[in-house]
Structure formats: structure tokens, C-alpha cells
Design a protein around this ligand. Sequence first.
Ligand code: SAM
Length: 223
Amino acid sequence: MSGPDSKDRAYHLAERQKSGRGDYLEALLAPLAIEQRAAILDLGCGSGYVNEYVAARFAPVRNLGLDYALATVELARELTKAQGPVFFCASAEQIPLPDACAGHVIGRVVLPYISVTRAVREIARVLKPGGTVLLSLHPWTHYAAWLSLKPWRWRKTAAALLLLASGAWFAVTGREVHPAIGSHRVTQSFQTASRMRKLLLASGLEVYRVIKKREFLIYARRL
Ligand SMILES: C[S@@+](CC[C@H](N)C(=O)[O-])C[C@H]1O[C@@H](n2cnc3c(N)ncnc32)[C@H](O)[C@@H]1O
């Protein structure tokens, strides 16, 4: 069995430790109004701690965790002790599930790394009418914090400028740009509440709560 490379594994283990606490997840998920025996889908599920919490708290009828990285899916399977969660490898931009199959979708820090437009379209498709979604996003300040006048940090500063420019273009025009640097395509970007409101509404999802504190969170409901 292949394992995640040490960097990814260390990242996911640290995130699990930091964000896998019951009190944090209770507050994070409360606005979704998840009912007992609901059908849940976590996009970019990482090490699976959200699915594990959901399994214990809501006894869901379906509890799916999807991640693009096979090694991460394998890590989630290895670490998750709860009965019920099913982890599989797929892209949130092309979800291999039928229409209207999920009552609640969670996307914690995955949309900033992929095509937001495609992912939102897919979320709207798989959500049942009345179903709810939580998206945790990157505000522009996430990348502004990378800017530095120190010459040895020029790479990070250049990346920040590129990501701030592509995010600003998306905020103003609604069109995503994913510039290529050599063979590497940059898919990372920042999001704004107003652009996300418009994008979600265009796919039939109405935003009912925006939280901008320690995290940038958007909650929306399928109309
Ligand atoms: C920042 S991590 C967040 C992990 C987890 N949601 C959490 O909050 O701890 C982003 C995750 O998204 C996954 N990912 C990246 N691109 C993806 C895509 N197109 N579809 C699904 N997952 C993706 C990565 O493999 C990674 O596990």
C-alpha cells in the first residue's frame, strides 16, 4: 500500500489534531442543521476526521469522504475507527455520484485549490433540494500575508502577486484564470463573499450565512 508522502501525512495529522476536536466541529457544522440519519458528503476529506465526527454525532445513512489524492484516502481509511464512513478517490470538480443524493456537503479548505466554478456546479447537482453546504474559503488576506520585501522570499512574493491578481480577476469578472508556470498550472486562488454569492446563486444555491472571523466560511442552501 502506498502511503502519503511525509509532508502530506504530517500536514493531515497536524490538521486532524488541530481541527478534529468535537467542540470545534460542533460549532462549524451547527449552521448546516444536519438531521439524524442524513446523507453526508465531505469534499477533499483529508484524513477523514469530519466523517468520523459525523458518524458518531448523526448516525448518517450515507457518510462519504472524497479526496483527489489516493494516499490521503488511504490515510483516512487507516485512521478512521468509526463504522460507516466510506472514503474514495475522486475530484470535487467531477463528483462520481448521482444527482440529488446528498443532504449536506462539506468542503473544508478544498475549493481554494481547485476550479471553484466547476466544484460549485457539482455541489449543486449532488445536493438534494433544501440540502445545505459549508464551504471554507481563502480570503485575499491569506495571500497578502505571503508578501515580503525580503529578497530571499521573492518566490513566495511572486506567487502571492500572481494569486492576488487571479483572485481579483475572478472577483470582478466571475471568470477563473489558471495561469501556467512551466508545466505547472496554478489552480489556487482567493474568494470573496460577493462573488461566491453570485456563483452559488447561478447554480441554485442561496447563501444564508457568511462568517469571516478566524476562518472564512459560507453556508448555502439548495433552492
Ligand atoms: C487543505 S486540505 C483540507 C483537508 C480537510 N478538508 C481538512 O479540512 O482537514 C485540501 C484537501 O483537498 C484535496 N484535494 C485537492 N484537490 C482536490 C480535488 N480536485 N478534489 C477533491 N479533493 C481535492 C487534497 O488532497 C487535500 O486532502
